[in-house]
Write a protein that binds this ligand. Structure first.
Ligand code: FE2
Length: 295
């Protein structure tokens, strides 16, 4: 990988980027359904693309009807695009370190009504990073192998104003409930955020999501005041397999999610990608849904 111009002033990457689809990519062999219970693959540690692609492919092939060859090619494309872009957009002081460690998560879920209505939010700080200056923008990379892509509203000053104002108004109107939920813990906070969801939907109704094609890779920042407003997509009509990838994860740090209300702290991660425990709840529609990392 080129080292680039180390003396060039650091330029902050755009909060949201959409990568073009390449012409010669596998068109057959993508998954059409999830054939196992809802599950999540996670790897957190040194970034070894070859090993990671093999391990992650194994997970997807074992839980869907996808072709191993296609999935391996798509995962390698995803990891290559993400690593190159992360390196290119990192500050010169961070480039050598930022692609050394990573966090890859893949979810294979049956159709669910949980996100029939969007859950608009910005991502908060997700983990301790390796960056020399921890305040610089961080990115995560996402793509979807089956089902609808993550919804992201096109960034603009008008959207920032509408979102921030709506959140402020709702918080001022629900100050007592907010204080109570923070004392009670994460489950109470999640329940309260569900009450906020329709309010934000109404306030952001005039803003359209950016159009994304299947398997199109996006990059969006987290932990920044202008990080993209996004949501899980409505996947009530189809199963979904999606992946999120982070680079620059500080070794031995505890992955945290202080501002991501629905995130679950993942502690035990190995190359087989299996977690020992899964918390499940049942939606009113009767679908099993694991509570976990959101995208
Ligand atoms: Fe998110």
């Amino acid at each position: 990988m080129s080292t680039g111009n180390q003396d060039a002033p650091y330029q902050r990457p755009d909060p949201l980027a959409i990568f073009p689809l390449v012409a010669r990519r596998p068109l057959q062999g993508l998954p059409s359904k999830v054939i196992s219970h809802n599950s999540t693959y996670e790897f957190y540690g040194p970034f070894d693309q070859t090993q990671l692609a093999v391990s992650a492919s194994e997970y997807i092939v074992s839980r869907s009807d996808a072709s191993r060859k296609t999935i391996s090619a798509e995962l390698n494309r995803f990891l290559t695009v993400a690593a190159q872009d992360c390196y290119r957009t990192a500050s010169p002081a961070d480039r050598s370190d930022i692609i050394q460690s990573c966090w890859l998560t893949i979810r294979a879920y049956s159709a669910t009504y949980e996100f029939k209505q969007p859950r608009w939010h910005r991502d908060g700080r997700m983990f301790d990073c390796t960056c020399f200056e921890r305040t610089i923008p961080h990115s995560k990379y996402a793509f979807t192998l089956l089902g609808p892509s993550t919804l992201a509203l096109s960034p603009s000053a008008q959207l920032d104003e509408a979102f921030d104002t709506a959140r402020r108004v709702w918080q001022e109107d629900n100050r007592d409930l907010l204080e109570k939920s923070w004392k009670e813990g994460i489950q109470s906070q999640i329940r309260l955020s569900e009450k906020e969801r329709p309010f934000l939907i109404e306030r952001l109704r005039k803003f359209d999501p950016v159009p994304l094609k299947p398997t199109q890779i996006i990059r969006f920042s987290w932990g920044q005041p202008d990080s993209p407003v996004h949501s899980e997509p409505d996947s009530s009509a189809t199963d979904r397999i999606s992946s999120v990838f982070y680079l620059g994860v500080k070794k031995k740090s505890k992955i945290c999610a202080k501002s991501e209300k629905r995130s679950t702290v993942r502690k035990k991660i190995n190359l087989r990608g299996e977690k020992p425990k899964k918390k499940r709840k049942v939606t009113p529609e009767g679908k099993n849904v694991e509570q976990g990392l959101v995208m």
